[in-house]
Ligand binder design. Structure first.
Ligand code: 13P
Length: 251
């Protein structure tokens, strides 16, 4: 039985004050979430205050990216070890915004996956097709290529130490959610792809859905057999909305 994971990706949002309010709201309401694990992936500068607020709570936290390097002359980068030092459990890897705006390749993302693991973090590894790719009918080929890059680097056992997030690029921040059926189809495809290497890893790995998930559509998405939680952008910035998604996963 896979535990649902509902993770927030705050992206580049928040102020000292708004983050403090959000964290306080999450802490006071998380008791209503009975089944899912809740996590927030904060901008690096807010991680210390996230650690301070959430230590001892049921909510985990993480970063939004990780360097492939452990330390050294890499201006602007944050290492996995630094995230770990501030109590992070997770690091998002290969988000489509990093693939698109920062030119991250499948190979680089796989390298980051390994770097996160080496630092003791759990990678939340994002895959997903663009609208153009979906319209061309190559969704499965794209997602397979992205997943295979990690398997090719470290084997299916390495992949199994992370979490996969299927985030169709056309559904991110657009208000256009994949239908539960559309999402389930791709999630099942990803799981079968992993099963081609190891049934045990396929059975155990959490596959989250991300892309305009909100309190109104979460329950239907989470009801699908291969959807094991969500990676939430916009709706994770409001405590009530984010908690409502966690509550939608209550058994
Ligand atoms: P939205 O929930 O804002 O569509 O963002 C999804 C996402 O990109 C999470 O990583």
């Amino acid at each position: 039985m896979r535990q649902p994971l509902v993770a927030g990706n705050w992206k580049m949002n928040g102020t000292r004050q708004s983050v403090a309010e959000l964290l306080a709201g999450l802490k006071s309401g998380v008791g209503q979430v009975t089944t899912a694990e809740m996590a927030v992936c904060a901008p690096a500068i807010f991680i210390p205050m996230t650690e301070e607020a959430l230590t001892g709570s049921a909510i985990s936290w993480g970063g939004q990216d990780v360097s492939v390097h452990e330390s050294g002359a890499y201006t602007g980068e944050i290492s996995g070890g630094m995230l770990k030092d501030f109590g992070c459990k997770y690091a998002i890897i290969g988000h489509s915004e990093r693939r698109t705006y920062h030119g991250e390749s499948d190979e680089l993302v796989a390298e980051k996956f390994e770097a996160a693991l080496n630092a003791g973090l759990v990678p939340i590894f994002c895959v997903g097709e663009t609208l153009e790719e979906r319209e061309q009918g190559v969704t499965e080929a794209v997602v397979a290529r992205q997943v295979d890059a990690v398997i090719n680097r470290g084997g299916v056992e390495m992949l199994g130490k992370g979490v996969i997030a299927y985030e169709p690029v056309w559904a991110i921040g657009t208000g256009k959610t994949a239908s539960p059926e559309q999402a389930q189809e791709v999630h099942a495809f990803i799981r079968s792809r992993v099963a081609g290497h190891s049934q045990a890893v396929a059975d155990g790995i959490q596959i989250l859905y991300g892309g305009s998930m909100n309190p109104g559509n979460a329950a239907q998405l989470l009801a699908k057999a291969d959807i094991d939680g969500g990676l939430i952008g916009g709706a994770s910035l409001k405590a009530a909305d984010f908690l409502a998604i966690g509550i939608a996963a209550n058994a």
